[in-house]
Design a protein around this ligand. Sequence first.
Ligand SMILES: Nc1nc2c(ncn2[C@@H]2O[C@H](COP(=O)(O)OP(=O)(O)OP(=O)(O)O)[C@@H](O)[C@H]2O)c(=O)[nH]1
Ligand SMILES: [Mg+2]
Length: 386
Amino acid sequence: MVYLTRIILEKIKKRTRRYLKEGFRDSLRIFVSGGAGGNGLPKFGGAGGKGGDVIVEAKEGITLDTVFKSNVSKRFLAKPGKHASHNFILGPPGEDVTFDVPVGVTVYTELGKKLGELNQEGEKLVIAKGGTGGHAKNGFLGTRGQVYHIRLDLKLIADVGLVGFPNAGKSTLLKAISDAKPKIASYPFTTIKPNLGVINYNDLRQISIADLPGLIEGAYRNRGMGHEFLKHVERTKLLLMIVDINGFQLNHQYPHRSCLETIMLLTKELELYNEELLDKPSMLLINKMDSEGAEHLFNNIKGQLKELNNFISQYEENMRPSRLLTFSHIIPISAKEDRSDIELVKNKLRTLLDVVSENEQLENNESYDLYGEVTKPLKERGPKLI
Ligand SMILES: Nc1nc2c(ncn2[C@@H]2O[C@H](COP(=O)(O)OP(=O)(O)OP(=O)(O)O)[C@@H](O)[C@H]2O)c(=O)[nH]1
Ligand SMILES: [Mg+2]
């Protein structure tokens, strides 16, 4: 009997663990300590070795969960530098500890000071410096290395970020447009962790797209899933807002919000999280156009959609944002039923992303002075006589 109970308990334990492992980890707290510097040797003027550093390196294809599993103690300690000795007047330095983290990680100390971010594969960051070795100037005493509790905060890096109220059809769109297989259901908050998908084009171009849990009114006050996941759209190049033509109602205790109201409310939540999100290039999709009465509803709001900015003052103050996103396109679609709509969205996303990256390049490059290039040698040596 005891034996049987033990087996059953083992099974329950295992299942619970597996369930926990499935969670999406976008933040990890670790302890890091740089090695102490070795002591010097006053008698011979010897210097102690420098303590090792703790270094992180960005790597594609790994998750914060991988980091956690690679070192469950979550302690990363670099080796101390060796003391100077008769044989080693200069004490050898302590070994560094280097470990991989996902691309897109920002490193914070426990006091919230940002130590840096890693956005490219291969980028490195020293997160705890080793102490200096003891030598004549510091009384031959090695110093301690930096010691921190550190938070690794992961922001997904995707080209496109999907934002919308629950049930708007974000995951349905993600499934139709990309290789991802998200869960879809007719109740709110089906998606509880961010999902990444890749949109594939015939010429092998790929665009990544992130589906986030639905936002609701008051998310900034931590209602619903809160604002927590909006950090993932901060780094996307493009916002793809998706709303239901029929509007949204969380349940009968809350007011029904029309399609236009959901656009205002979503924008307001984005603004409350970070006003700069409103400057991002964006597109708006009005979904579920196949549902009954959708055409009629759409025709009624068509005029207002074209000039949203002119209608913003009609809304109650607590509902309206100070300004709106500048949508490059507003497209009525049926994410579930109409394949041609999906193709249209796919192509528009690509075109818009191309424009965005072209603009970025123009901003980054100093304009090439063709006239200067031609006239400079002329000024220096005068015209060439033929
Ligand atoms: N009629 C119709 N229903 C749709 C369409 N797109 C999505 N739905 C339905 O709307 C419901 C919600 O779809 P999801 O894709 O799970 O919505 P979501 O925005 O991901 O929702 P959360 O994850 O809860 O935030 C599902 O029952 C879908 O089948 C559409 O174009 N037309
Ligand atoms: Mg979803």
